[in-house]
Design a protein around this ligand. Structure first.
Ligand code: ADP
Ligand code: ZN
Ligand code: ZN
Length: 829
């Protein structure tokens, strides 16, 4: 007997193991590793994924339950992806089913539907009530009826149905259902020409329309959508149906791919002649592809240096070897412009996956990949799971972007997944960025933390020597001293006015993240930081004090600035709407497009605003982070940044890196074409390395400084972190569980001989900080505390954490404390 080992769709630690089911003979040909199946589990029918087969089981084989159904003819996951799921679940500490589910298109994430039907051989009940009789009639037609549909139609008859169930008149069953089916089109399949002519002869002259349809088909005897045929023959679909009823035509449902880019024209493009710099960059990549070697490259090139052309040519080479390519782009940069560059080079071979597509569109694109009809997948984070079987290349553009880390479980990082997948395929990985993450940069310079060897490729110049824009840093403390309390500094006001006169465009970035959590002096720029962690202290409204959420240090909220005694401490910034009003007041008649979470929640709105701006229907594009990424407008000659340093104060050791990346990126929006660009950055902290380095476009200077800081404090890339958040209504309960965790971790480390203080130079060390209140100390009536495991070296702290949590699982369950674990967290909030 074949036994399938199934991972069932119950995302909990207790069920995180395979369950054995027998495979009935009729299903045996359809089951493979990666098949989606319906299985009975705890009295219900659930969806599961087969992750292996066995000949015997620990359970008494005669009592094994059977697989009820196989849900897809072609398994949605390949054995490689199932294996990858195991790796993800160990790496990021999540149940295996959660790691497998994230690889499925949302359309396939199973729901179970309850169905009811008449039991066999029952007699009619006493039907005095009219609506009782109506329901009975529904069932009498013999088909199973969907419970949800029934409840919609007869909302108040629940108790009656329950009674009938109890009396055995009805039976109930569960069925796993897909979120949607593929789109089908009624298609006409004409017989041969001779048959059509014969038919035509038999149709009376007065049935003129029917004759015209047949004549059309005689001229063009190909399958055609019924609606199209009716339109072409100048009639309606009922005429076509009438012919089908006569037996002349065959009408069948045919699945059709919805093309999300339908109606858009993608002019063909051909490879450009590479510049000498591009050529030098391309060489090592081409070499690895040619030899089918697994290699990771960091392609460091400023915006406009021609990275995308290199991706395109590397993909070309991959395809010519009969292999497949995946291109990851940050969600926000996945614009039609971006897609067009790939579609115009590779046409139909490109499938596009991103979250703005409907479930159906996404599913259709996914099927193109799974069924081998597409060889290039372009998409956001989860496209890293594109179900290809023979990958030659994975490109990650803007590899430093935080959106490559998923914030909910599984909290995977697409960069790490890409490298793991590429390893098993013997594929190359190209990480591209103008501001590489410090992790990738350090790995490429021999500072190995985690991950293997990375080869550094630099592309320092823009194509055609277009100059980088000039950057002016404006010190807002000086503006305040000069009596300017407005949002816009004098240099920015002048520059804006100049652009309005010349009818050129401006992008304004309001960097708002981080306000309201820190305390800053508006007179001198002073902010309060932890003396132990070099992290901004977080303002806690309830207790009115400042706390470090890494180590728990706390101090009273200052009333005047500790540095300059000014009372202008506690400045929390403004929102985009206020800026929009201020613009209208300062520049009467100015046309502003505001892009923030409020104005872009609707599907397609994001693109709509950008198209308007491109068509010069506005002078200013004002927005949050989303205006900084990947946009390319020829008429933009000015970029203004309103609060360059806000994100610097986030209580996150990556705050400097993020700020530098954001400022560099937004500066790159200016002067990308013929017109030269200018950037004005307003800040309270002009000397800060993140701000100052942007002025000289000095990535190297920034990175050297920042790496030294990270090294001294043992932060990534020189050490690693695992953060655990404990939440519960009761604070003492939290603290007790958190302390137990910290204590057990330290005991384990001690017994393994791992030193606790991460001293520079130690090859291996592990420390556990906390429990301390989380940066968001309360959420949905639950208090939150966190612990941070900080370690370095090759020790497997994930496995250690998993072990300790397993040992504690009974106590944790009894306490009701929820624990969420984030391995290699990107956002410390
Ligand atoms: P990046 O991806 O680094 O921002 P792109 O690949 O978008 O850079 O290139 C910037 C601009 O230069 C684009 O308009 C592109 O068409 C053009 N370009 C790139 N490579 C070449 C080349 N070899 N010859 C001519 N133009 C090029
Ligand atoms: Zn001050
Ligand atoms: Zn601290």
């Amino acid at each position: 007997m074949t036994i399938a080992r199934v991972i069932v769709d119950v995302p909990s630690r207790e069920t995180d193991r395979p369950f054995d089911y027998s495979v009935p003979d009729r299903l045996a040909p359809w089951t493979e590793i990666g098949s989606r199946v319906a299985v009975p589990f705890a009295g219900r029918t659930l969806q599961g994924i087969i992750n292996g087969f066995a000949q015997e089981s620990e359970v008494d084989v005669s009592r094994l339950k059977a697989v009820e159904d196989v849900l897809d003819a072609l398994p949605p996951l390949t054995p490689e992806l199932v294996e990858l799921g195991g790796w993800i679940s160990r790496r990021w500490l999540c149940p295996l089913i959660v790691a497998l589910q994230v690889m499925l298109p949302s359309a396939l994430k199973g729901r179970t539907e309850k169905y009811m039907a008449l039991a066999e051989g029952v007699s009619e009940p006493d039907l005095t009530d009219e609506s009782d009789a109506a329901i009975w009639n529904v069932f009498r037609q013999g088909k199973a009826v969907k419970w949800s549909a029934l409840m919609q139609q007869f909302p108040d008859r629940g108790p009656l149905l329950k009674r009938w169930l109890k009396e055995g008149r009805l039976t109930e069953r569960q069925q796993v259902e897909d979120r949607l089916s593929v789109k089908t089109v009624l298609t006409v399949f004409p017989p041969g020409e001779a048959e059509l002519r014969e038919m035509l002869a038999g149709i009376p002259a007065r049935a003129r329309k029917q004759r015209e349809v047949l004549e059309y088909l005689i001229a063009r005897p190909d399958p055609i959508a019924m609606a199209d045929l009716a339109e072409a023959a100048g009639t309606t679909t009922s005429t076509v149906r009438a012919l089908a009823d006569r037996g002349a035509l065959d009408i069948r449902e045919v699945t059709e791919d919805r093309d999300p880019y339908e109606g858009r024209n993608f002019p063909a493009s051909t490879p450009l002649q590479l510049t000498p710099a591009q050529h030098a960059a391309m060489n090592p990549i081409a070499g690895a592809l040619k030899n089918r070697e697994h290699r990771v490259f960091l392609l460091h090139g400023v915006t406009g240096s021609g990275k995308t052309e290199i991706y395109l040519q590397a993909i070309q080479q991959t395809l010519s070897q009969g292999r497949e390519a995946i291109v990851l782009v940050p969600e926000i940069a996945l614009t039609p412009q971006m897609v067009e560059r790939f579609k115009s080079r590779f046409g139909e071979r490109v499938a596009v996956l991103h979250s703005r597509l409907s479930h159906g569109e996404r599913y259709d694109e996914w099927r193109k990949i799974r069924e081998g009809r597409a060889q290039v997948a372009v998409g956001a984070r989860s496209a890293v799971f594109a179900p290809f079987g023979n990958i030659g290349l994975i490109v990650i553009d803007e590899e430093h972007e935080t959106s490559y880390k998923q914030e909910e479980s599984p909290k995977y990082h697409a960069r790490d997944v890409a490298v793991e997948r590429a390893r098993s395929h013997g594929a190359a990985v190209v990480l591209g960025s103008a501001t590489p993450s410090l992790e990738s940069y350090a790995a490429a310079h021999g500072d190995l933390s985690h991950g293997g060897e990375v080869r550094y490729i630099s592309l320092p110049e823009r194509v055609a020597d277009r100059p980088l824009p000039a950057v002016h840093i404006v010190d807002m403390r000086e503006e305040l001293k000069m009596g300017n309390r407005a949002m816009f500094s004098r240099p920015l006001t002048d520059a804006l006015r100049d652009r309005l006169e010349k009818r050129e465009q401006t992008v304004l970035l309001l960097n708002r993240r981080g306000y309201a959590t820190f305390v800053m002096c508006r007179s001198c720029g002073y902010t309060c930081t932890c003396p132990h962690c070099d992290i901004s202290l977080t303002y806690h409204r309830g207790s009115q004090n400042l706390r470090c959420h890494y180590c728990g240090y706390a101090e009273a909220e200052p009333k005047v600035c500790p540095s300059c005694q000014s009372p202008h401490i506690r400045f929390f910034g403004t929102g985009t709407q206020k800026v929009e009003e201020a613009l209208a007041a300062a520049f009467p008649g100015i046309r502003v497009i505001r892009m923030d979470v409020d104005t872009t929640s609707e599907k397609g709105s994001h693109e709509k605003w950008l198209t308007m701006f491109r068509n010069q229907e506005a002078d200013v594009l004002l927005g949050t982070q989303m205006v900084a990424k990947g946009l390319d407008f020829p008429r933009v000659t000015l970029v203004g940044v309103l609060a360059a340093d806000a994100a610097l104060r986030l209580p996150d050791f990556r705050a400097s890196e993020r700020t530098f990346q954001l400022l560099t990126q937004v500066a790159g929006r200016a002067g990308r074409h013929e017109l030269p660009g200018e950037v004005v950055v307003q800040t309270y902290d002009p000397e800060h390395i993140s701000v100052a380095s942007v002025q000289g476009h000095d990535y190297g200077g920034f990175v050297r400084h920042e790496l030294a800081v990270r090294h001294a404090l043992g932060y990534p890339p020189y050490g690693r972190l695992i953060s655990l958040t404990f939440s519960h209504e009761s604070v003492p309960m939290l603290i007790s569980i958190g302390e137990t965790f910290a204590k057990r971790m330290k005991e384990r480390a001690h017994s393994l001989g791992i030193p606790s203080a991460a001293m520079p130079g130690d090859s291996e060390a592990m420390d556990v900080l906390g429990p301390v209140p989380s940066p968001i100390p309360r959420l949905k009536d639950r208090s939150r505390f966190q612990c941070m495991v900080k370690y370095r070296g090759t020790l497997d702290a994930s496995a250690l954490t998993a072990e300790v949590l397993r040992d504690m699982s009974d106590a944790v369950k009894r306490s009701g404390v929820q624990i969420s674990v984030d391995v290699d967290p990107q956002m410390m909030l």
